[in-house]
Design a protein around this ligand. Structure first.
Ligand code: SF4
Length: 114
């Protein structure tokens, strides 16, 4: 709940199904959602959630609350158990705690996404 992972430099990939789900949640058309809340991904192969100039996700609200929490993209839901970056522990207290507790392994499995 610190919001650090919602402020890192990077991108949140968003699928067509997620666009449909998020637009419905926000009660706007998919076209309006794409215009207002997405940006072209770095690899130009799809869309990601729009980031503000300082790298903060456009959906991060007051007190670090995700304004689309119940329908947030799978990339957000999967962090840090399905993926994390090699330096997540530098930025994320939750990752440090989970590593210290042994809930997360320090080694990355061969198929782990990061
Ligand atoms: S969609 Fe929500 S959980 Fe995902 S980066 Fe944005 S604010 Fe954070």
């Amino acid at each position: 709940m610190c919001g650090a992972c919602c402020r890192w430099e990077g991108e949140v990939k968003i699928s067509e199904e997620e666009i449909t789900r998020l637009a419905k949640f926000l009660k706007i058309s998919e076209e309006d959602f794409i215009q207002s809340y997405t940006q072209l991904r770095y690899d130009r192969k799809g869309l990601g959630v729009k980031m503000l100039e300082d790298g903060t996700c456009i959906f991060l609200g007051e007190r670090n609350v995700c304004r689309v929490h119940s329908v947030k993209p799978s990339q957000c839901k999967g962090y840090p158990f399905q993926w994390r970056t090699r330096d997540s522990a530098l930025h994320c207290q939750a990752v440090r705690t989970l590593l210290d507790q042994g809930v997360l392994k320090r080694e990355y499995p061969a198929d782990f996404e990061y």
